[in-house]
Design a binder for this molecule. Structure first.
Ligand code: PLP
Length: 417
């Protein structure tokens, strides 16, 4: 979003006009930002056979998935329903990675029947796959390399106590099961959680996989997961993707030479591709001046954007209907009956009732984590593509809140008043 002539714009489209046309609250996504991020990844890893598997859970709208596919990106899913959305967007099932964590064997069976690339996350699942499919289904194996580096504990997945992946300490057990059933192993995978600041953590994880790869002669890919750190506020340390690309590509090329074949290098970025593209636009309902604090309460809350409350995430806020107002300090809160503070003591251009605020960097884990808590509607979604805003999800209605409820007809007035 850019401020030009006192107007906030996305691809020259006036953001306030989008708010007028589609109503509030609304998530607005900038397709150009997504395309820019894809380009940055590609150019950083130009020396290797790179496959980008978009982690669809970050933002699952089918039109976004179609945009990814149009850009030559493939997909990573964590549930068969996500994979179904990917297939609706036109992805071939074989190009969709399925990385379940603790899901039922029935769901695994569905995924295999659909033809997804199964990524195995536990020894018991590996054993089940061997018993069920023998040598008929090629899998990849998710390894926990026991590296913990940076990031919020709730999103960190690579430490020794994490529920994710098969411990690298169980390397002999993995091989024993694979041999017992002759399971074809096509790939090795790590996803050590979000928010790595530099290439070191990736390279440490890479070394673990490169060493493990000597057990498996028929690999076609190595998947490094994600963990790209995104800038939420000015001065944030972020992953230097160009530098990461240079170092990881070099290490990967050396590995391929030793392995004897050129393998595909996969990444599964979610946040990196879509975070910056998204803006949650909300309306200010009330400005409340308490003795110690001024609150700006907006028509949104943890039901629409839970990251600030769940991970203490910082989201930049812009007052787009009064960008030149005199700066004051606000605590920005939602309308949910629960403490739902978006930002504490934040300097903003004067906020008046009715002002439109934008939560920035709201593309990832925004709408996809939204709920109907307090019987509120989730926001609508708009994608700006080639200078035009497209509605990609309608605003909900009361019927949506009732859908699926079976309402019991009790006998009236059993209790005498
Ligand atoms: C969530 C997830 C990702 C994406 O993580 P980001 O931090 O959004 O990039 C990648 N791979 C797997 C297996 C995941 O579960």
């Amino acid at each position: 979003m850019q401020l030009s002539n006192q107007r906030y714009t996305i691809q020259d489209v006036d953001v306030l006009a989008i708010a007028d046309e589609f109503g509030l609250p609304v998530y607005v996504y900038d397709a150009d930002k997504i395309i820019e991020k894809i380009g940055l990844l590609r150019s950083s890893f130009s020396g290797v056979n790179l496959k980008i598997k978009y982690a669809a859970k970050a933002l699952t709208n089918v039109s976004i998935l179609k945009l990814m596919r149009q850009q030559g990106v493939e997909m990573d899913s964590v549930s068969v329903n996500e994979a179904r959305m990917g297939m609706l967007a036109g992805f071939e099932p074989g190009r969709i990675m399925f990385t379940p964590s603790g899901v039922s064997f029935e769901e695994i069976r569905e995924a295999v029947d659909m033809g997804l690339q199964l990524n195995v996350d536990s020894l018991s699942l590996l054993e089940w796959v061997g018993q069920t499919y023998g040598s008929r289904v090629a899998i990849s194996i998710r390894i926990n390399p026991h590296i913990s580096e940076g990031g919020n504990i709730k999103i960190s997945t690579g430490h020794a106590d994490s529920k994710f992946g098969i411990s690298i300490l169980q390397r002999p057990d993995i091989l024993a099961i694979v041999k017992k059933y002759q399971i074809p192993v096509a790939g090795l995978h790590i996803h050590t959680g979000s928010d790595f600041k530099n290439a070191n953590a990736f390279l440490k994880g890479a070394d673990v996989l490169f060493d493990l790869a000597t057990d498996y002669p028929d690999l076609t890919f190595i998947d490094f997961g994600s963990g790209f750190k995104v800038a939420y506020k000015e001065g944030d340390h972020i992953t230097d993707v160009a530098e990461l690309g240079r170092q990881v590509s070099e290490a990967f090329q050396n590995f391929c030479q030793q392995y004897g074949r050129d393998l595909e290098l996969w990444f599964e970025p979610g946040k990196f591709l879509v975070s910056e593209s998204g803006h949650l636009l909300v309306k200010t309902n009330i400005v409340k001046e308490n003795p110690t604090r001024t609150f700006a309460a907006v028509d949104s809350g943890l039901n629409h954007l839970i990251r600030p409350m769940m991970y203490d995430a910082y989201h930049d806020i812009k007052n787009i209907s009064n960008p030149l107002g005199a700066e004051k300090i606000y605590t920005v809160v939602g309308y949910i009956c629960e403490t739902d503070t978006f930002a504490t003591d934040r300097p903003l251009p004067e906020v008046r009732p009715g002002d439109v605020l934008s939560f920035e960097n709201a593309g990832a884990y925004g709408f996809s984590m939204a709920s109907n808590y307090n019987a509120r509607f989730r926001p609508s979604e708009v994608l700006v593509y080639e200078g035009k805003p497209y509605l990609i999800r309608q605003r909900e209605t009361f019927d949506d809140l009732l859908r699926g409820q079976e309402i019991i007809e009790f006998e009236e007035e059993l209790v005498k008043k």
